[in-house]
Write a protein that binds this ligand. Structure first.
Ligand SMILES: [Fe+2]
Ligand SMILES: [Fe+2]
Length: 293
């Protein structure tokens, strides 16, 4: 009897002996950041437990991206000046970069282009959320986090299911279809399915989980619909701006009906398109840290 979609995935996931687990500091921050009882001191104390992480957080806090005119010299200062949610996003980004370092044997997948695409999507998501501020119930930082992690399933596939990844990639190239469609056609599961399992294991909050899981099929999600659509649209805009992991296959389709539910001024989209390259440039410290520099 043919296997169901869930059985295929369950069988896949069970072959991974060492799950990529989210380190404790990032996971504690994620679970406490929205608790009103959490103070700036609690966040600073938590981050300070890891000296190497603290040094990287300070490097990012002082980067052109955050544009703070005076130098930030302590984690407490960073939390007070940038805010707890921004620190949470920085820690999450750094943690995930560290979990999936460049693999020199990986010839199919340019990790730098991958992080550039993820950061591009994070950045566009945040810019879109900023323009929609009065309409949305989520925070711009949540939009950034969702954009950053939206394709995390791909990096897990590349690392743990290399042959499947290769098969889908070749199929996408030969048929000039999107990687997502190629995965569905050749494997019976996609990077979004892998992300469903991973983000559950990591215990990510729903406002991050759902956009990651549904960034290719927003209409199938009803909860947190705004942030799901926004992540879908930001991903599509990345392809439009050629901020792509690989340009040898087609861009994923746009779900116009879902995107039309977002209240975005078309002039703002133009402004984002025009400024995205310069904004990504300001994030060069992220790339340095991602590549271990
Ligand atoms: Fe994707
Ligand atoms: Fe993507």
């Amino acid at each position: 009897m043919a296997q169901t979609h869930n059985e295929i995935l369950q069988e896949k996931v069970s072959t991974i002996s060492n799950l990529p687990t989210l380190p404790q500091i990032a996971s504690r921050l994620l679970t406490t950041i929205n608790d009103p009882a959490t103070s700036a001191n609690d966040v600073a104390f938590l981050v300070s437990q890891d000296m190497s992480l603290s040094a990287k957080v300070l490097r990012l806090a002082n980067s052109a991206f955050y544009g703070i005119p005076r130098s930030i010299t302590s984690i407490t200062q960073a939390v007070v000046i940038l805010g707890m949610k921004v620190i949470n996003t920085i820690v999450l980004s750094l943690t995930v970069f560290d979990m999936f370092p460049q693999d020199k044997n990986a010839r199919l997948f340019n990790r730098e282009a991958f992080w550039r695409h993820c950061l591009g999507c994070a950045l566009i998501s945040r810019m879109l959320a900023d323009t929609m501020k009065s309409f949305v119930i989520f925070d711009s930082e949540e939009a950034f986090g969702a954009g950053l992690l939206h394709d995390i399933g791909k990096v897990v596939m590349e690392q743990y299911f290399h042959d499947d990844f290769h098969k889908a990639l070749i199929h996408a190239r030969e048929n000039n279809i999107s990687f997502y469609d190629a995965e569905a056609e050749t494997l019976g599961y996609t990077h979004a399915d892998i992300a469903r399992w991973l983000t559950e294991d990591w215990n990510l909050p729903q406002e991050l989980r759902l956009p990651i899981i549904h960034h290719h099929n927003p209409s199938e999600c009803r909860e947190y619909f705004d942030i799901v659509c926004l992540c879908h649209y930001a991903d599509w805009l990345c392809y439009q701006a050629e901020i792509v992991i690989d340009d040898s296959y087609a861009a994923p389709a746009l779900d116009e009906e879902s995107v039309n539910t977002l209240t975005i001024d078309p002039h703002q989209i133009e402004r984002i398109r025009e400024s995205i390259d310069a904004e990504l440039q300001k994030m060069s410290v992220f790339f340095d840290l991602a590549s271990g520099k």
